[in-house]
Write a protein that binds this ligand. Structure first.
Ligand SMILES: [Zn+2]
Length: 555
């Protein structure tokens, strides 16, 4: 009997291992010639701007089977993926995902920062040496030159001796340029003045004909004509606050924040409005499909990479907040757009021949009025007021006028040349500032960045500040707001803190060589590029500090 059992067990093992092998071969794609390196035809990065991790499940029951649900069920979900630095802003998120690195190393410490050497406020992707291609505006004076390390997309180009094609697509310049890296074939973003998708002379001299043709369609007008009503009857949106409330921001020209949102007045007039509607996602993914077809992505002998970011959820989230029907409807619609995109990838490249990952650049806080109404902690501060009040206090104590240039990215930026001229002791000034900030409404704690290691703060917070601090671009004193407090206005919301609502992001890999499953172990945004490098067997990006998530892969 024992012997019979033994035989049965052995037979089971043989059949399951040969099944596993067959499965691997099936997943391994047509590139899988024995004795040759196996890679997917195409890697697709799908970054949803401001997608909190909980949105995967908050609306789960209403998602279709082919969108978010398919990614979670056919893919591998790292359920506890955190952003390992603060502040959690868009440019930092896109840079971290694709460099596997943190602002301390990759240099992208915010969407904007004050450059003490240039003595001016700098935008993350600005480049006065680059010119707009595709419109008459200055929206194309951009490049990745402020990004200090390579991206996984750069490394793929290097690994294939530049045979791999890399293209970035996003409504936001920073959502396209930073992911596509330094050596990209192209990065395309949206110009709200002309309504065209554009690029810069950093990449090319003129738009490809297929993009000119896409621009000529002016798809925005078609969506504007249909206005924005809810996808399903509005009384079925039970996950959100009632439509009429005091937490939401108005569209220009509207007198109420309720559905239907009239968009038809924007036809041929306000092309920028498309960003703040769910149709911005539809157009972005339509363009992604068009790029795959026109550039034959995934059809060559080496792996190509398409880095897409859907930016509209961020604009809508800022305006309406996470508990709005607008956000719920945006995700239900995005789910359908993703379903259509995945179906397109299946049809064009074949299931299992492409590798896709879904993640986000950051999350978002609930709106303060909504929190207050429900007896939850939260509130608003004003960076401008903090700067003005601090300037007054420093003037009284040190007799120096306007010593604080600005408050941004949760940091105090001093006018260093002025302070040097006044012969004030910078250490004393920092200590005074820390003490001052600790007494301000909404501020939890403050720290002189040169004394961070001796500050009495939880290690997790110290680590995230350290990772977000770049010696040549960051300010002198860092402050932490209380949970759910932020610099903002009377309505809507924002992000930027280390707290989980801002830093807990979805991370799902699906397709080529991905073993379906999930883990609740803590992983970090920096692990995304490390995992891709391991799966593709290419070098990690130059500043990568992440670790591969080994459970994801069949390899
Ligand atoms: Zn944002």
């Amino acid at each position: 009997m024992k012997r019979l059992l033994h035989i049965i067990v052995v037979l089971c093992l043989i059949s399951s291992s040969s099944f596993a092998q067959r499965k691997i071969l099936k997943l391994g794609s047509k590139n899988n010639t024995p004795g040759q390196l196996n890679r997917p035809k195409l890697v697709v990065g799908l970054v949803v701007d401001q997608m909190r991790w909980d949105y995967l499940y908050r609306y789960y029951d209403r998602y279709s089977n082919g969108g978010f649900k398919r990614l979670v069920n056919e893919g591998f979900s790292a359920e506890n993926t955190m952003i390992p630095y603060t502040p959690t802003y868009t440019a930092c998120g896109h840079s971290c995902i694709y460099t596997g690195s943190v602002p301390a190393v990759n240099g992208i410490i915010g969407n904007n920062w004050y450059d003490p050497e240039l003595q001016k406020d700098v935008y993350c992707t600005e480049d006065s040496g680059a010119h707009t291609v595709g419109s008459g505006s200055n929206a194309g004076e951009m490049s990745p030159k402020n990004l200090l390390t390579t991206t996984i997309t750069d490394e793929l180009r290097l690994a294939t001796n530049f045979k791999s094609k890399v293209i970035g697509i996003s409504l936001k310049d920073r959502g396209s340029i930073l992911p596509a890296g330094h050596s990209a074939n192209a990065a395309y973003w949206y110009d709200g003045v002309s309504g065209n998708w554009i690029t810069s002379t950093y990449y090319m001299k003129q738009l490809p004909p297929w993009l000119d043709a896409f621009n000529k369609q002016k798809l925005q007008n078609k969506f504007y004509a249909g206005n924005w009503n809810t996808l399903y009857p509005i009384n079925t949106y039970t996950q959100s606050t009632a439509d009429n409330n005091a937490f939401e921001g108005l569209y220009k020209g509207e007198t109420t924040t309720t559905f239907p949102h009239k968009l038809s007045d924007a036809i041929d007039k306000n092309f920028d409005l498309i960003r703040s509607t769910p149709f911005g996602n539809t157009i972005t993914l339509d363009l992604a499909k068009r790029a795959i077809a026109a550039e034959s992505l995934g059809k060559g002998t080496v792996t190509d990479f398409l880095a897409v970011s859907c930016s509209s959820p961020d604009y809508i989230g800022h305006q309406f907040g996470p508990n709005s029907i607008e956000v719920e409807d945006t995700y239900l619609r995005l789910d359908k757009d993703i379903e259509s995109f995945l179906t397109y990838l299946d049809q064009t490249l074949g299931k299992g021949n492409y590798l896709i990952f879904l993640t986000a650049d950051h999350g978002a806080a609930h709106t303060p009025k909504f929190l207050a109404e429900n007896k939850l902690p939260g509130g608003i501060v004003s960076n401008k007021d903090i700067a003005a009040n601090l300037n007054k206090a420093i003037e009284q104590e040190f007799k120096i006028k306007e010593s604080v240039l600005m408050v941004m990215n949760n940091q105090i930026i001093y006018n260093k040349p002025l302070i040097a001229k006044a012969d004030a002791d910078l250490d004393d000034l920092r200590a005074f500032t820390v003490d001052f900030l600790k007494h301000q409404t909404g501020i939890q704690d403050a720290v002189d960045i040169t004394r961070l290691s001796s500050a009495t703060l939880p290690e997790v917070i110290k680590t995230r500040i350290t990772n977000g601090y770049n010696a040549r671009r960051s300010g002198d004193v860092y402050f932490l707001l209380k949970s759910n407090w932020f610099d903002g206005g009377a309505t809507g919301t924002t992000h930027g803190a280390w707290y989980p609502y801002d830093s807990h992001i979805p991370l799902v890999f699906m397709g080529w060589n991905v073993k379906p499953g999930k883990t609740n172990k803590t992983h970090y945004m920096t692990d995304i590029s490390a995992t891709l490098a391991a799966m593709l067997r290419i070098q990690m990006p130059s500043g990568c500090v992440g670790e591969p998530i080994s459970e994801i892969s069949n390899q």
